[in-house]
Ligand binder design. Structure first.
Ligand SMILES: Nc1nc2c(ncn2[C@@H]2O[C@H](COP(=O)(O)OP(=O)(O)O)[C@@H](O)[C@H]2O)c(=O)[nH]1
Ligand SMILES: [Mg+2]
Length: 348
């Protein structure tokens, strides 16, 4: 305990004086306590006069604190650092505020062109949507603090639980890892979903980090994305029916539905094309929600039982957490009542 306090004192003394005496920030100063021996690694070389950093400008307070340590064997060793080391100070930290939901949304880059170049069916391509879901599942399995995800069109949102300490909540780390894992998975699984269509060029995805302090904010965010899915899908279903089945040009179709409300579009679809929008696939209307479910899994295991003491391969049923896709409403209360574990974060 005593040594720990001394270490803390030394550390805070350094914090006070580091702008003057050290060229590395205080938090880059590695203080290690090993069997009553302090080993202090700091940059030496980067001081202008080339002398040992403790002795050049030590303040009174620092001197006093170092005095207190004289009964301990105190040794310093300079790390082999180059004169370029100082550039690390330009790096900024970007931790996400504690106790907030961290949402990371990614979106396909220029997917209007990408979908045309790869012959996606309009307005919805089931293969493309399944591939997005496949990539998102991979991300969830890799980053298990993601508690729920939501995807539609060329976008996916990942929600990390409030209490996550993954990568010390560093925004750039979380966002880049999730987006790059998603991108590589999208390419990795491409051929399973488009066996006859080789990938023409590498797709890309952008990413952003959004923090929500309350459960209501988070629910409203997810509701916003699902409402967006519904609005776009109704518009696109109507637009492409007018073009593909009604023989209109893109401009004519756009003109016809430009100032219409949802009810008008439903009416056009039903009266002109016999399409009941309600019967359209749920995945197109609602998007895809990915949640964790405990599922029973039967595996083969070599073991013995109470009745049979001989070890032999047997079927064993285990509970396992698995990502499952849902295409359901998340705007109303029902979904949240059925999945109470999502919003309750036991550590916050
Ligand atoms: N045909 C087709 N296109 C899709 C599908 N999913 C996404 N897209 C295209 O991807 C675009 C996504 O919108 P947005 O991100 O705003 O456009 P971006 O900037 O070009 O990526 C849509 O406008 C469509 O052109 C699909 O299932 N079928
Ligand atoms: Mg896009």
């Amino acid at each position: 305990m005593k040594n720990l306090r001394i270490l803390q004192s030394l550390s805070s003394a350094f914090s006070l004086h580091t702008p003057l005496i050290l060229t590395t920030p205080a938090n880059n100063l590695f203080l290690q306590l090993r069997t009553l021996r302090f080993s202090c690694n700091t940059t030496q070389r980067s001081n202008k006069n080339g002398s040992f950093p403790f002795s050049i400008q030590r303040g009174k307070r620092l001197t006093n604190r170092l005095q207190a340590l004289k009964h301990l064997s105190f040794s310093t060793s300079a790390m082999a650092k180059s004169k370029f080391e100082y550039v690390r100070q330009f790096e900024t930290q970007d931790p996400c505020l504690p106790n907030t939901w961290i949402v990371i949304r990614l979106d396909g880059r220029n997917f209007h062109r990408f979908s045309t170049d790869h012959g996606f069916t309009k307005p919805n391509d089931e293969r493309a949507l399944q591939l997005m879901t496949r990539a998102a599942e991979t991300v969830m399995n890799d980053f298990r603090d993601i508690i729920i995800s939501y995807g539609q069109s060329d976008e996916f949102s990942f929600v990390l639980k409030k209490s996550t300490m993954l990568y010390s909540r560093r925004a750039s780390k979380l966002m880049t890892h999730i987006v790059s894992q998603f991108s590589s998975s999208y390419v990795f699984h491409w051929a399973e979903h488009f066996p006859d269509k080789p990938l023409q060029y590498p797709p890309g995805f952008d990413g952003r980090v959004i923090l929500y302090p309350s459960n209501k904010n988070l629910r409203d965010y997810l509701s916003w994305r699902q409402a967006d899915c519904h609005i776009n899908n109704l518009y696109n279903t109507c637009f492409w029916a007018l073009v593909q089945q009604g023989g209109m040009t893109n401009t004519q179709a756009e003109e016809k539905i430009r100032h219409t409300f949802s009810a008008d579009k439903n009416e056009i679809l039903f009266s002109e094309f016999g399409i009941n929008y309600n019967n359209e696939p749920e995945m197109y209307k609602k998007g895809t929600i990915l949640v964790w479910k405990r599922v029973e899994e039967t595996v083969m295991k070599t073991c013995r039982t109470a009745e049979d003491p001989v070890e032999r391969p047997r079927k064993v049923t285990k509970l396992r957490k698995k990502v499952v896709p849902l295409h359901t409403d998340i705007i109303g209360d029902v979904f949240w009542e059925e999945h109470p574990d999502i919003l309750e974060d036991e550590y916050v």
